[in-house]
Design a protein around this ligand. Structure first.
Ligand SMILES: *Cc1c(COP(=O)(O)O)cnc(C)c1O
Length: 867
């Protein structure tokens, strides 16, 4: 809801006895489709639908911060009466309603390519979802990714349900005081003015989910937000049934202390599973999107033990096979931890039900010795809990997964880093949400209508070549103009709020130049993102910016975490620079970065700047949004850009060298920024043909759109999650469940047996036919004699592990070769295998034993034996 709409009434009068009631819109019958459209947020990624609501009342559209549901309640009856007589409006409305109906019933990717799995269901848990600026229950990148995940899931017909929390105050709104110090303001969300439906039970009463925690009961209502085809269920504790303390649980996103945070995460994880049960949704796979919701693993276990009568070991197998996990940050502080005493306080009754001792329970989330630098022995890590209890895990870019494998390698001691079971599925964006109206029009004309449904199709994006340079440039310039006028209006509003007079704030009307090279920079002001790096050498950047001939300007936005003093200091510094007489018209800080601000920025900037400290940016998605809108990325080779950059589709900052001296690193990389700006970016931007078109630049724009557009979108991402994670996990989960959990029981028994015997398992002796040298592409035969105690040979996988070997006997760029059983001699088994020498150099091999179940090698913490 728009900022100040309700504030005025809020504090004037407090009456505990006041009776509350809900006033609903009263639309003429003929306009009732408007409500149906407003109630499915599908409208927000369909420009014809957005245009329909804007057309209703342009002022109200802005005043409600683009909230159709609120508009329909506020619009005057005369206006509605007039609109119902307006044939052109009515036919526009009917066209949009027809599109929505068609969308909801048409065949989809999942229907066509995954028809064998039509009955599967998947659930996606996240602590924040960013769907639209009028639903402020998100903070930043994680929420954007969750929202875009749901939207693409809907477009592709993936049978997914979302689960999250509905925050009364959401995340804070940012404004700056006259000293440039960030102020935080929490506005109340009015759920009745959001497209939410209160979920009812069979008796048509509001469905209530209850969670017992020691000495307390948490009750939650459930709201449904329809995201195209995908329902998003949101839990809410802020209603009269609950105590004040419980009501506050769904107050602020990332607010409160550790105790508040754990209560939120219990509600999300434990409450979310109970909610699915109450709705009779039995997902084949649950996706834990970042560790916040990982307590759901414990509740799922409890279900299997208490409701199905299974043992702890059996329940563990079932939970693990049915859950997957995505980790989102390599920054240790970004990985949720709770003190052992706090988790014990809340989970003692639960872990007893699960048959764990306190020690066993805490071990599920405790840092292995090798990771102790990241956390205390008495910390309980949600990331570790999730990694241990799910069957698949991923980082959000190739580089991030590499970092995550190293970071969490202590959980699988003995396993080479390359084999740590954390893979990568690189983030994407929901193209239709982020593309500008102008570029969507260009794509319709030159790429064909299919681009909307098939954003991951490379051949469609190749057609960007057909867009005439002049048309591409004009569309982009129009977006830059829109950005400049948006920035001016925002700045004026900001200055007035800081108390400046009309005259003093009037310079805002003239800041920025709609034709100058515009750098966009918007992100959280976390210290690793280095929001002020570009100002490191003030004289040098001033020289670049203030050039008369080739002017450059920078528009900056972003919030600092309320407790992050360093981040706030950086904002303050930038705002003070933006007041410097030389920079005043060239550097603008836009307050309250959100989806709306992001739209203007990514659609209107020429250069999208990103300079995190490598490798701390897990992926980043704003650069992907900028790319499809024709902005060129100028970024450190971190996160997604490490995969996206091809030498020709944007620019990099510095190299991949990492220095231990942060100050030195900053210096090297800020210099790299200035050099590239001066030598490449500015000259290319201002190299105009006689028609004013920068053809070198538009060529790069096209290269960037063609190479990045088809890859870094959530359709590609959803297909990867569906194929690599959801469907495969659901199939093995189903297998374990069949015939009254027959296979789960067997596997649990198998694991108990393997664990009991593992200490005896070892390689007795290895022989080969190698005499010092072999020629490349030759075979080597290896024979291993192994002892496996009372295990069966099919319980183990005996492998040759070979590769280059250095003077310290470290084997690198390794390959593994499965060995096969040839005989039994006494108590030992004899395995044979061949190594294929395809590399020249100093090579080596060793033999190892891993557990194996049903023909599949198992990576179970600590269960590995090396020769
Ligand atoms: C896209 C987006 C983000 C995430 O962008 P990063 O590149 O990961 O920083 C954060 N906030 C908003 C409002 C966004 O639109």
């Amino acid at each position: 809801m728009n900022k100040d709409l309700f504030n005025e009434n809020q504090e004037t009068f407090v009456s505990p006895n006041a009776k509350a009631f809900v006033v609903v819109p009263n639309l003429p019958e003929i306009l009732s489709p408007l409500l149906a459209i407003a109630n499915n947020v599908w409208w927000c990624w369909n420009s014809d639908a957005v245009e329909l609501f804007r057309r209703l009342d342009r002022d109200l559209w802005e005043e409600t911060y683009h909230n159709p549901k609120a508009m329909l309640g506020m619009i005057k009856q005369e206006t509605l009466a007039a609109l119902s007589e307006d044939d052109s409006f009515v036919s526009h409305m009917e066209r949009v309603k027809g599109e929505l109906d068609k969308y909801m019933s048409m065949n989809t990717w999942y229907h066509d390519s995954c028809s064998d799995y039509a009955d599967m269901k998947f659930a996606y848990f996240s602590t924040e979802f960013a769907i639209h600026e009028s639903l402020p229950i998100y903070s930043g990148g994680l929420g954007i990714l969750s929202g875009d995940h749901l939207k693409s899931a809907s477009d592709m017909g993936l049978p997914l349900v979302g689960v999250g929390l509905l925050y009364r105050y959401g995340y804070f709104k940012q404004y700056l005081n006259s000293d440039g110090i960030q102020q935080e303001e929490y506005n109340e969300n009015h759920f009745e003015l959001m497209p939410l439906e209160l979920v009812k039970d069979k008796k048509n009463e509001p469905l209530i989910i209850t969670i017992d925690i020691p000495k307390e009961k948490i009750s939650a209502r459930v709201w449904k937000l329809q995201v195209g085809r995908v329902p998003l269920y949101l839990l809410d504790t802020d209603f009269s049934k609950n105590s004040k303390e419980v009501r506050e649980i769904t107050g602020e996103l990332y607010g409160g202390d550790r105790n508040m945070r754990i209560r939120q995460e219990i509600l999300l994880g434990v409450g979310g599973v109970k909610l699915l049960k109450a709705l009779n949704i039995d997902p084949g796979v649950i996706h834990i999107n970042e560790g916040h919701s990982a307590f759901l693993l414990l509740e799922k276990m409890r279900e299997y033990i208490e409701d199905e009568g299974l043992s702890q070991a059996e329940a563990f197998q079932l939970v693990q096979s049915g859950c997957v996990f995505t980790t989102h940050t390599p920054v240790p502080a970004g990985n949720e931890i709770f003190g052992a005493d706090l988790v014990t306080r809340y989970f003692e009754p639960m872990y007893k039900k699960l048959g764990f001792s306190a020690e066993q329970f805490l071990a599920l989330g405790s840092f292995p010795a090798k990771n102790l630098k990241m956390g205390n022995p008495s910390d309980f890590s949600m990331t570790i809990l999730a990694l241990k209890m799910t069957n698949k895990a991923n980082g959000v870019s190739r580089l991030h997964a590499t970092v995550a494998r190293e970071m969490w390698s202590g959980i699988w001691p003995g396993l080479p880093r390359k084999e740590i079971p954390i893979t990568h599925i690189t983030n994407g964006i929901h193209t239709n949400t982020w593309i500008s109206y102008e570029f969507a029009g260009l794509f319709d004309r030159y790429l064909g209508a299919a681009w909307k449904d098939e954003p991951a199709d490379h051949t469609i994006w190749q057609r960007v070549a057909h867009i005439p340079d002049a048309e591409l440039w004009r569309s982009h310039e129009r977006r830059r103009e829109r950005l400049v006028s948006f920035a001016r209006a925002r700045l004026k509003h900001q200055l007035k709020r800081r108390g400046l007079s009309e005259i003093m704030s009037s310079y805002a009307d003239e800041v920025l130049d709609p034709e100058a090279l515009t750098i966009g920079f918007a992100r959280r002001f976390a210290s690793y993102k280095r929001g002020n790096l570009i100002f490191k050498d003030l004289e040098r950047i001033k020289k670049i910016i203030t050039s008369k001939e080739h002017p450059v300007q920078i528009i900056i936005a972003g919030k600092a975490h309320p407790q992050d003093g360093v981040g706030k200091e950086i904002i303050k510094q930038i705002v003070s620079l933006a007041n410097d007489p030389e920079l005043k018209y060239k550097v603008v800080f836009l307050e309250d970065y959100d989806m709306n601000v992001a739209h203007y920025l990514v659609q209107g900037a020429d250069i999208w700047l990103n300079n995190p400290l490598r490798p701390e940016e897990a992926s980043g998605t704003s650069g992907m949004k900028a790319a499809v809108n024709g902005a060129l990325n100028f970024s450190v080779l971190d996160g997604w850009w490490c995969e996206g950059y091809n030498g020709d589709n944007g620019w990099t900052i510095g190299s991949i060298d990492e220095y231990s001296d942060r100050e030195y690193q900053d210096e090297v990389e800020s210099k790299a920024i200035y050099d590239t700006l001066e030598k490449e970016i500015v000259p290319l931007f201002y190299a105009r043909g006689i028609d004013g078109i920068p053809r070198g630049w538009t060529k790069k724009m096209k290269m960037s759109m063609q190479t990045l557009g088809p890859v870094f979108n959530t359709n590609r991402m959803i297909e990867e999650y569906a194929k690599k994670f959801y469907i495969t996990s659901a199939l093995s989960h189903e297998k374990l469940k069949k015939n009254k959990f027959e296979a789960a029981k067997k596997k649990a028994q198998w694991l108990i047996n393997v664990r009991n015997n593992w200490k005896d398992v070892h390689v007795v002796k290895v022989e080969d036919n190698i005499n010092g040298e072999i020629s490349v592409f030759g075979d080597m035969s290896v024979t291993a004699r192994v002892y496996i105690g009372s295990l069966n040979p099919e319980d183990v996988s005996v492998q040759i592990f070979s590769g280059f070997i250095n003077s310290k006997q470290v084997v690198s760029s390794q390959e593994t070769y499965e060995m096969r059983l040839v005989s039994k001699e006494g108590n030992d088994f004899i395995f044979e295998g061949k190594v294929f020498a395809d590399k020249v150099g100093r090579c080596g091999y060793t033999v190892r034993i891993l557990p194996q179940c049903g023909g599949e090698v198992q990576y179970i913490s600590e269960l590995i034996k090396w020769q």
